[in-house]
Design a protein around this ligand. Structure first.
Ligand code: PEP
Length: 246
């Protein structure tokens, strides 16, 4: 099974209008890349980024599971689509931790986004305490099982991102053997859940991916791309990672 790699940037709470030049530079290079490329931007930038880089995949960083209603500060899938977004992250550890999102919330968000027509990147990952306790694989596999949408009609619109919490923004990266072990386990869970479609779902690695480690990480068999935080903010940092995936 050949899966085209996906390199997605997560700008988190970074970026104002002046940074749209980074989006246009990345979008231009993405036109000739041999990998799918996307940027998940702050909601305030989505519509302007779509106008500045038509044809390029812009996404959100979260979505509410409901279509509409009294949810102050939240954004629905329809709103993301209306702004021109094509995808969204769900279940990032920063939201699971700071906003108290449960696996059930993440599952509902993934289902709402997929049903509306968005692509979804669903994040899972363990804390350093869990890794130290030797329980990373069983914990993340259970987290995935509980967060997965009920079905994935189009596997190309659904990706999982394995992001060890202790590797996010820290410069620490698991060994390729540990990444391999985790991605192999997650692949087995996806196939158990979705049958053949589970082998088409892309599993991204996320956590301190940089130009200097991307080639090695992308060489791991079940690594189908990356979710990149800090190194996605500047085209000069991000494009070498895209190149490594191509
Ligand atoms: C992230 O937050 O999704 C992430 C992977 O961040 P960083 O690349 O900065 O570790």
């Amino acid at each position: 099974m050949t899966r085209r790699k996906l390199v997605a940037g997560n700008w988190k709470m970074h970026g104002v209008s002046a940074d749209l030049t980074e989006v246009t530079s990345i979008a231009l290079a993405a036109e000739t890349a041999d990998a799918d490329v996307a940027l998940c931007l702050p909601a305030t930038l989505i519509e302007r980024a779509v106008r500045a880089a038509p044809g390029f995949a812009i996404g959100g960083q979260d979505v509410h599971q409901n279509e509409k209603g009294a949810h102050t500060g939240c954004i629905s899938a329809a709103m993301l689509l209306d702004a021109g977004a094509r995808l969204t992250i769900v279940g990032h550890s920063e939201r699971r931790e700071a906003q108290g999102e449960s696996d059930a919330d993440v599952k509902a968000k993934a289902e709402a986004a997929l049903a509306a027509g968005l692509s979804v990147i669903l994040c899972v990952g363990e804390s350093d305490a869990i890794r130290e306790a030797g329980k990373a694989v069983e914990t993340v596999a259970a987290q995935l099982d509980a967060s997965l949408p009920g079905s994935v009609a189009e596997a190309s619109r659904f990706s999982v991102a394995y992001e060890p919490i202790w590797a996010i923004g820290t410069g620490k990266v698991p060994s390729t053997a540990d990444i391999d072990e985790m991605h192999t386990a997650l692949r087995a869970r996806l196939v158990a859940a979705f049958g053949d479609a589970g082998s088409e779902v892309r599993i991204l690695y996320g956590g301190s991916v940089k130009a200097s480690n991307a080639v090695e990480i992308f060489a791991v068999p079940d690594v189908d791309g990356a979710l990149v935080g800090g190194a996605s903010l500047k085209a000069t940092d991000f494009l070498p990672i895209v190149e490594a995936a191509s």
